[in-house]
Design a protein around this ligand. Structure first.
Ligand code: ZN
Length: 103
């Protein structure tokens, strides 16, 4: 996930079902922006940082178990994906930290 997705949601501000840009910090929803009226919702800064740290620790601690499950289900494709997944982790975390700290 690059931290941005779009989804059709009903806007709390204008009431229209429209595309919304969803910004994530890791797995946490950090903000949404309505393409119809431009209304932007932001998760509170302190809440985002606190929840991000909790989520990050959870992801780090459960990572080995998740890879083991993937290896059992899809051994060949998992082994092929593993080097790229390891190589992209530092960049992925830097992008997430920047997204959290820019707020
Ligand atoms: Zn709207």
């Amino acid at each position: 996930m690059d931290g941005r997705e779009t989804a059709v949601l009903q806007c709390d501000h204008c009431g229209v079902e429209a595309d919304h840009v969803l910004q994530y910090a890791g797995r946490l929803l950090a903000s949404t922006e309505c393409s119809n009226c431009g209304f932007t919702w932001h998760r509170g800064e302190a809440d985002l940082r606190e929840e991000y740290v909790k989520d990050l620790l959870s992801r780090v601690w459960t990572k080995p178990a998740r890879w083991q499950r993937r290896l059992r289900r899809r051994p060949v494709s998992t082994l092929l994906e593993l080097p790229a997944a390891i190589a992209t982790q530092p960049l992925k975390f830097v992008r997430e930290f920047v997204a959290v700290l820019r707020r």
